[in-house]
Structure formats: structure tokens, C-alpha cells
Design a protein around this ligand. Structure first.
Ligand SMILES: [Fe+2]
Length: 495
């Protein structure tokens, strides 16, 4: 049975004021300021120095028109600098053509992945989605790049966040090659890996290797099946591991001729297999593939290899229904979705490269979650701890309101509840300077506080998961978003 995503999308009018739901509403202002130290609750640890770059969906509407999907709002980059116990905050929109032209017109001019241009088929025919640059941001080889799954990176000035322009690695990416929002940095070599999936009706998996200086040194393309979407991947020291879920572009002509959005043209087919493919990290040649009964997942955890066996973690759900909920986060879902029952759960897969055997098991005692992080220096090696956002019943369970720490060795689960009305997105693990224990560090996140209708930067003890060591209030809210990273760089000078 094919399940059309179109049938799962809510049939509700796109009208305001639904998109003013707290935490998602548009932030129009661009700021740059030092936080008043007197306003900080607790104390900023002296052993954090660096900058958190974090992407978010800065606006969900233009003029009086609401975008058709959470994924289509324009990207805003936040920079939180921590130096000498002081905090500097800055945010800037990425000046993509979509952002610039829609700002001037005050209406939707570009298709999105779940948004059609108002006005009918002719307005949408033969138009590809505009790059929203809204999914992640990385700093590598001196370049700060805002990322989106279906297009090129956008280069920003790392100190000012000013937009420099679309970035192709000096022509290394061809016109048709996208650069995914999820990269993996091999911690020993400093090499960055990334990929893209593009092509109708036969999509190709493009795999990129970027050296520590930021040069694209390998770009290999291959057909690995009709899988139309792939959001994330994992690496070991020798392999790249991809999760290919059975979501297929079944109505390409309806998309091309403007009848359907991208997501409306994709079917999740539970009768087909989910495939895990393993590529050689250096050559990108297929090492082995594995087939499992259908499931869906956005994010992978870490992976590591021991002999002929690869272990990889991934967040898994039975179907792609979650895409419907994300289409209209401003409306009540109108179904029985509960995060702990229906959200993604961390599963551990064991892949035997010699025999082709694969096993799958839920990580015991973990809660449903998203946004997995672990100590960055253990990328591709066995990690004991994984931290994940989750939604618990604390009176306000409509967005991520807690973090969980999973101990893969002892099975112990620790939870930090941000408390009623406080919501978070991705938290980044920041190792404590001089610390060597795997969990010796901090979870750094931006938390929306419903009571204040504003956001606060929160530094949490990642080991005990109890104490919010510092809560740094901002005078505005920061809309919810997706991914980023903490880097050992400081561009701001304390006044
Ligand atoms: Fe993601």
C-alpha cells in the first residue's frame, strides 16, 4: 500500500494568526549585543571559550502569506560567543535570492519543499524550490556555510554573519549537485564529508570529501536506488553509512507541471525495504548494502567499526507521518500523535560486512527523541554517551522540552526537564577545556521561555544533567530551528 504524503498533510487554511504560536513566530530584527552580566542567572563557566553557530527558521511568513511547511521558512544564523565569562549574541538572515526578493515583494515568490507559490499551476510550473539556507551551519576551512538539503551552501562572513554568496567549492559542485545539511568531521584528519541526493526519476547519491583547508578533493556520484530523500549519514574511520528509507518520487510530472509540491509528490511505501548502504570512506565505492523492513528516520547517531562489523545508531519511526505534522506546526494535529508513542526512537544496528547479516534493536530504556549529539572527538569511534532532545509530560508537551543522556554501557538514563513552558531545539555538546572524561562538558542550547515570550541561552552540566549552570536571558525570542555547532573561535572583543 502506498501512503501518499499528500493525504497526510493537514487540510487546513493557511491563515494568520496561527503562525504566531509562541516559539515559532517570525523574528524580524537582527541584533548584535553583549548580554548584561547582571542579568545572568548562575555563572558562565570560565572553561568555555568559543562560538556556537546555530541555524533556525527565522520567519514563517512573508507579508500575509504563511509558508506551507516549517522547512520552508528563511534561514537565520545565530552566533553565541562565550569568552571570559561574557556572552555576545548576534543573528543575521541569510541573504539568499528567496529571502531578498520575497522581502522586497512581501509575498511568496519561490516554491518550497512543502510550499506552492499562491496563484495556481502556472505560477509553479517548471520552478524548482528556492534555497532557504535554514537547516544547519558549519565552520570549516575558514568558511562559514549555511546549509540546506536541496541546494548549495551559502557562505557567510564568520565574524559579521554577512552573506557573501552561494558557495560551490570553487566550482567543485556541479550545477545539479546539492550539499546536504548534515556533514561529518573526521576528528583526526580534519577532513569533512558531505553528500547530496538529486535526480528525477533516477536520483544519484553524490559523496564529497573536503580537506582540512576547505578544498573539495573528491566528488563521486552513483545510483543507489530510487530513494528520493536522505537527510543524514554516519562515518566510521573507514566507512560512510547511509540510511535510505522507501520514500520515492512517484509523481515527478505533477511536481514539474506545478500541481504538487515536492513533498506532495513523494510516497512512503511501507511494502518496500529500507536500505542501509556502506561506502568506502576514501573511494566512495559501495562496500555492502543491507535491507530491512520499512521504517523512516531523519537522523543518525554515531557509528564505529570493529573488525568486519559496523555499529550504527539511528532514530527510527514506522512511517513518514511526522512530515505531515511538521507541515503545519501552527495547527493542532487533529490526530492521536503523542511523541513518546509515535516519535523516533534510537535504534542500534549491527552490520556484518562479511556475511551481510544485519540486526536492529531499540536502545534499551531510551525515550523517543531527535537531535542526537555526542562528544565530537569520538566521531566514528565507539561512544558511551548519546544526548538527545525529547518531549516529556511536564504540562507543556508541544515541542522539545527536555534532554536525555543515554549511557550505552550501563543503560542508565538521565533526563533534564527544562520545566513547564521552556522549549529547546538542538543542544550542542561542548567539552570542558582540560576535561578528558567523555561526558565532562556542557550542553549548550537556546531555550524558549513561554512565560517571558523570550529566549535564553542555557548552559547545562552534561554529566549530571541536573544543574543549569547559567541561564542567559535575551531581550527577544529566537525561533525554533535545527542544527549548528560549537567552534573554538572568538571573533568578538569584549567592550
Ligand atoms: Fe537534521
Amino acid at each position: 500500500m502506498n501512503v501518499a504524503l499528500k493525504q497526510q498533510l493537514p487540510n487546513k487554511p493557511r491563515v494568520l494568526p496561527g503562525c504566531e504560536k509562541p516559539g515559532w513566530e517570525t523574528l524580524s530584527e537582527e541584533w548584535s549585543f553583549w548580554v548584561d552580566p547582571a542579568s545572568i542567572q548562575g555563572e558562565v563557566p570560565a572553561d568555555i571559550e568559543g562560538t556556537l553557530f546555530l541555524s533556525c527558521v527565522g520567519r514563517n511568513k512573508i507579508g500575509q502569506q504563511q509558508y506551507g511547511h516549517f522547512f520552508d521558512g528563511d534561514g537565520m544564523i545565530n552566533a553565541v560567543t562565550i569568552t571570559g565569562g561574557r556572552i555576545h549574541y548576534k543573528n543575521r538572515y541569510v541573504r539568499t535570492p528567496k529571502y531578498v526578493n520575497e522581502t522586497a515583494a512581501q509575498r511568496i515568490l519561490y516554491r518550497g519543499v512543502g510550499t506552492q507559490i499562491p496563484g495556481g499551476i502556472l505560477k509553479n510550473m517548471f520552478r524548482t524550490p528556492g534555497n532557504a539556507a535554514n537547516t544547519s551551519v558549519i565552520l570549516h576551512g575558514g568558511k562559514l556555510l549555511a546549509l540546506w538539503e536541496g541546494g548549495k551552501p551559502w557562505e557567510l562572513h564568520p565574524a559579521t554573519l554577512d552573506t557573501i554568496g552561494e558557495y560551490t567549492f570553487e566550482g567543485g559542485l556541479s550545477a545539479r549537485q546539492p550539499f546536504a545539511a548534515h556533514s561529518r568531521l573526521e576528528p583526526h584528519s580534519g577532513v569533512l564529508y558531505n553528500f547530496g541526493v538529486f535526480g528525477v526519476p533516477k536520483p544519484k547519491l553524490h559523496f564529497y570529501k573536503i580537506d582540512q583547508d576547505g578544498s573539495l578533493v573528491s566528488n563521486v556520484s552513483q545510483y543507489v536506488g530510487d530513494y528520493a530523500m536522505c537527510h543524514d549519514f554516519a562515518i566510521t574511520g573507514k566507512h560512510a553509512v547511509f540510511l535510505l528509507c522507501p520514500a520515492f518520487m512517484r509523481r515527478p510530472f505533477k511536481f514539474l507541471f506545478g500541481l504538487n509540491s515536492v513533498f506532495e509528490s513523494i510516497d512512503f511505501d511501507p511494502s518496500k525495504k529500507t536500505k542501509i548502504i556502506v561506502l568506502d570512506l576514501e573511494t566512495a565505492k559501495l562496500v555492502r548494502d543491507f535491507e530491512l523492513d520499512a521504517f523512516f528516520g531523519f537522523h543518525l547517531g554515531n557509528a564505529f567499526a570493529q573488525g568486519n562489523e559496523i555499529t550504527v545508531d539511528a532514530l527510527c519511526v514506522d512511517t513518514m507521518d511526522v512530515m505531515g505534522g511538521l507541515a503545519d506546526v501552527f495547527a493542532e494535529r487533529g490526530d492521536n500523535f503523542t511523541f513518546q508513542e509515535d516519535g523516533a526512537r534510537l535504534n542500534r544496528f549491527t552490520l556484518d560486512l562479511q556475511t551481510g547479516r544485519v540486526s536492529r534493536a531499540p536502545v534499551p530504556d531510551s525515550l523517543a527523541g531527535e537531535f542526537p549529539v555526542w562528544r565530537p572527538s569520538l566521531m566514528g569511534q565507539e561512544n558511551r554517551y548519546t544526548w538527545l532532545g525529547t518531549i516529556i509530560e511536564n504540562g507543556t508537551p508541544y515541542w522539545f522540552n527536555a534532554y536525555q543522556k543515554i549511557d550505552h554501557q550501563s543503560g542508565e538514563l538521565k533526563i533534564h526537564d527544562f520545566g513547564e513552558g521552556r522549549f529547546t531545539s538542538e543542544a550542542n555538546f561542548v567539552p570542558r577545556k582540560g576535561g578528558t572524561a567523555e561526558d565532562d562538558g556542557y550542553l549548550l542550547s537556546i531555550v524558549y521561555n513561554y512565560a517571558r515570550k523570550k529566549s535564553e541561552i542555557v548552559i547545562l552540566d552534561a554529566s549530571a544533567m541536573q544543574q543549569e549552570l547559567a541561564v542567559i536571558p535575551l531581550d527577544h525570542h529566537v525561533p525554533f530551528g535545527f542544527h549548528g555547532g560549537f567552534y573554538d573561535v572568538v571573533y568578538e572583543k569584549v567592550e
